[in-house]
Ligand binder design. Structure first.
Ligand SMILES: [Zn+2]
Ligand SMILES: [Zn+2]
Length: 345
């Protein structure tokens, strides 16, 4: 059953050969017309031989700057200025959850909606750096309201923002009643904030891999994968069952010491960081410069489905044999795996 679901999806996600392509080229990697980045490298620490100094440079210039630092900065502002005090959560009420939900909605309308407006409505850089030349789907029955953007906004704001609010309120209540271990030193909170990126690397790989197994795939994750050509609002456009898993990252701090800020950071990061990675654009042009935008690694997951389950930060896909770096060689390996799965089914 799982193999059939995967094959069905792959047929949907693959593209028709372009005009002029001959039968002999059918096994070549079929690319939609659009921006085609160079194949990706693993982070330097995981190459052989490992290059620790190059890894530090990669972490600062490629990983932290600009997006990861921006997620931390936004979380500090959200926590300090727009999150009710902890004492309020000792006696948890629906009103407190509602406030967090409202805060999440406004945050996502600004950050995700801003990217959608700049890239897909104003079309400020046209199709420059866009992985696919076509735009988001309209008049398509597979989407709620027959519209990909409205459908994606609905799942993101109602289910995503709502479940994130409930999880944050539960954790705040546990901190307010001193029921779970809490870090007090600013240095420890800073170090743990940085560690969240790695913890999430493992957490995301594990829950995403699970979601690709039937019946979880059919029940939940297929909804996210209707988006083959993605936009900023596709990032956390997920079934509520997938939101329950995907947003559960803060619960690791039931057992390891964390802090209320770290919980807010986890959820803000989970809510808004997938928007550039699903934006459809590899780089964003802004005030005469261009910045790291989309995530080619995850874009290939949406295109070919059974590759790149994790994030580039940790080489879990490399270790488990599902890494696709965008090269023809990796594509042939993926096709071999698909053939052997089909033979077993
Ligand atoms: Zn997936
Ligand atoms: Zn995705």
């Amino acid at each position: 059953m799982a193999a059939r679901a995967e094959r069905h999806h792959v047929e949907m996600a693959e593209y028709e050969p372009g005009l002029g392509e001959t039968a002999s080229l059918r096994t070549r990697m079929k690319r939609p017309r659009g921006y085609d980045p160079e194949p990706m490298d693993l982070p330097p620490l995981f190459q052989s031989p490992p290059r620790p100094l190059a890894m530090v440079r990669w972490l600062v210039t490629k990983f932290m700057w600009p997006q990861s630092l921006l997620w931390i900065a936004i979380s500090v502002v959200i926590y300090q200025l727009f999150t009710p005090g902890l004492e309020r959560f000792a006696s948890l009420g629906l009103g407190d959850i509602g406030l967090l939900w409202l805060r999440n909605t406004v945050l996502m309308l600004i950050v995700i909606g801003g990217q959608h407006w700049w890239l897909h409505m104003r079309r400020s850089q046209g199709t420059e750096f866009k992985y696919e030349e076509r735009w988001l789907a309209k008049n398509r029955k597979t989407f709620l309201f027959n519209d990909q953007t409205r459908d994606n906004m609905f799942y993101t704001l109602v289910s995503g923002g709502g479940i994130a609010a409930v999880y944050e309120a539960i954790m705040f209540r546990l901190y307010a009643t001193e029921s779970i271990p809490q870090l007090s030193s600013l240095w420890a909170i800073g170090a743990m904030t940085f560690a969240v990126f790695w913890i999430e690397g493992v957490h995301f790989y594990a829950n995403h891999r699970l979601l690709h197994v039937d019946p979880l795939y059919r029940w939940a994750h297929a909804l996210h994968h209707r988006n083959v050509n993605t936009g900023p609002w596709s990032g956390i456009s997920m079934h509520p069952l997938e939101h329950l898993l995907y947003l559960s990252l803060p619960f690791v701090f039931l057992v390891i010491p964390g802090s209320p800020f770290i919980v807010t950071f986890c959820l803000v990061y989970l809510m808004i960081s997938p928007s550039p990675s699903h934006s459809g654009f590899d780089r964003f042009k802004f005030v005469g410069a261009d910045f790291h935008g989309g995530d080619y690694f995850h874009n290939l997951h949406h295109r070919y489905f059974e590759v790149n389950y994790g994030m580039l930060l940790l080489p879990l896909d490399k270790w488990f044999g599902t890494f696709h770096d965008g090269s023809q060689e990796a594509h042939e390996q993926m096709k071999d795996r698909r053939r052997s799965t089909a033979d077993l089914a």
